[in-house]
Design a protein around this ligand. Structure first.
Ligand code: FAD
Length: 409
């Protein structure tokens, strides 16, 4: 599956079709031929991170090409359950211990800012993507219990990030969930990730961005201030800047960095499923390993995900997918009483995580004008927005004070 001879890794990126593949509006037509030989910026990858980077470069008079070896939005972005959260996998009070209070706060604040920017952008551009503002309910679990959640609320208060601790009694009374505690917080949203990505690309294309699919970038070489790019079809291009938005198919030369590829599973119920009314306002996840997460959609489906396990092959196992789907249905029923029955959609996919739950955003080693964003874990949409902001600022020559926040290490 991993072709070590190629520039970026190869995965099938998902098994079976997620819900979004069955809904309209999640694709865009593209050219299959690159129109020119020289560009200011070439973005490799037409998923959510490529779309947000293209959007961030619109309006600056740059000649921008987005190129993907697949059709647009056919990578991990189609597999996403699209919980758009500022809460990152490693709690703030834990992250502070490993990266220091100042940096940990900047990371969490930047993440909260990214969700607000995304929300504003979707409204401004009128992207039709089932976008809903949500609150988040973070439940205590076997990894983070009530005491840890209390420490987390205190750490977030110190960082100026809204969060309220709910006792077990309040959680039972308001949500009917039996856990020792939870954190109720704002600054979240949900969307249809395919419609969101395609909508951003449509907007960028209307503003001059060229989008080409079915072409693989097979080699790059820094040549002074420019970058020479080879494609799988034998074309040679020259760009001022190249941005690798290739998600979990990261550059082979970065395979030794501190990320590991895992497998994850998700299901979506039938529409109009019976569910508690509060669920339509909340994203839910828990402080357990592996954690369960779930949310509803505007047409009343419940999307459930989790059961993550080490190993970049596990997601391909059909029998395992059946078992994991069943387990997700059972876990949701045990926690909430929601009866999914037979899911309409079941899918599985690889994803890459770093030890601290942080993405890596920066220059490709030794290549000044080549940028990389990767290691998104389960927060790909929020981290993609941060990456788009940081990388576009570098390209445009507006240095961002947070540029060093997510080093490639
Ligand atoms: C099951 C699942 C659930 C998830 N849930 C959430 C969630 O709830 N919230 C959230 O924020 N995130 C979630 N994520 C994470 C999120 O989906 C990803 O982090 C995000 O979609 C990555 O987007 P991307 O654009 O970087 O990558 P992709 O969408 O994979 O796009 C990268 C593209 O690069 C192309 N490419 C690679 N190499 C080359 C090359 N050499 N030449 C040309 N093209 C190339 C690929 O073909 C691909 O289309 C989830 C992920 C999974 C798997």
């Amino acid at each position: 599956m991993n072709d070590t001879g190629s520039l970026t890794r190869h995965y099938s990126l998902r098994r079976d079709e997620p819900l979004w593949a069955a809904l309209p509006g999640g694709g865009i037509t593209t050219s299959r031929k690159i129109a020119s030989k020289t560009y200011d910026v070439v973005i490799v990858g037409a998923g959510i991170s490529g779309a947000l980077t293209a959007h961030a470069l619109v309006g600056h008079g740059l000649k921008v090409l987005v190129v993907d070896r697949r059709r647009p939005v056919r990578g991990s972005s189609l597999a996403s359950t699209a919980m758009i959260q500022h809460e990152i996998d490693v709690p703030l009070h834990v992250l502070q211990n490993s990266v220091g209070s100042h940096r940990a706060r900047r990371i969490w604040q930047r993440s909260a800012g990214a969700v607000e920017q995304l929300a504003q952008m979707i409204v401004d551009l009128r992207v039709k993507c089932a976008f809903d503002r949500k609150r988040t309910l973070y439940l205590s679990g076997d990894e983070y219990g009530a005491r840890a959640l209390k420490a987390e609320v205190d750490a977030r208060a110190d960082a100026g990030i809204d969060a309220e601790l709910l006792s077990g009694a309040r959680l039972r009374a308001h949500f009917g969930i039996d856990r020792t505690a939870a954190i109720d917080s704002g600054i979240s949203a949900s969307a249809n990730p395919a419609q969101l990505t395609a909508g951003l690309f449509r907007h960028a294309r209307e503003h001059g961005t060229e989008i080409v699919s079915g072409v693989e970038i097979s080699d790059i070489q820094a040549l002074g201030e420019r970058v020479a790019i080879s494609t799988s079809r034998g074309a040679l291009l020259s760009a001022g800047h190249v941005v690798f938005c290739t998600g979990y198919e990261f550059l082979q030369c970065l395979a030794h960095k501190s990320q590991k590829v895992m497998s994850t599973w998700a299901i979506a119920s039938r529409p109009n499923l019976e569910r508690p009314t509060w669920l339509d306002q909340y994203l839910v996840w828990e402080g357990s390993d592996p954690y369960l997460y779930f949310r509803s959609t505007p047409d009343g489906r419940v999307i459930v995900g989790g059961e993550d396990e080490d190993g970049e092959e596990a997601y391909r196992d059909e029998a395992k997918r059946q078992r994991k789907s069943k387990r997700l249905v059972e876990k949701l029923a045990d926690l909430t009483g929601i009866a999914v029955g037979q899911p309409d959609f079941q899918w599985s996919a690889p994803f890459a995580v770093t030890p601290q739950g942080l993405p890596m955003i920066g220059h490709a080693p030794g290549m000044k004008n080549v940028y990389v964003t990767m290691g998104f874990g389960g927060n790909g949409i929020t981290f993609s927005q941060i990456a788009a902001q940081l990388i576009s600022s570098e390209i445009l020559g507006h240095h961002d004070a947070d540029w060093d926040l997510f080093p490639i290490e």
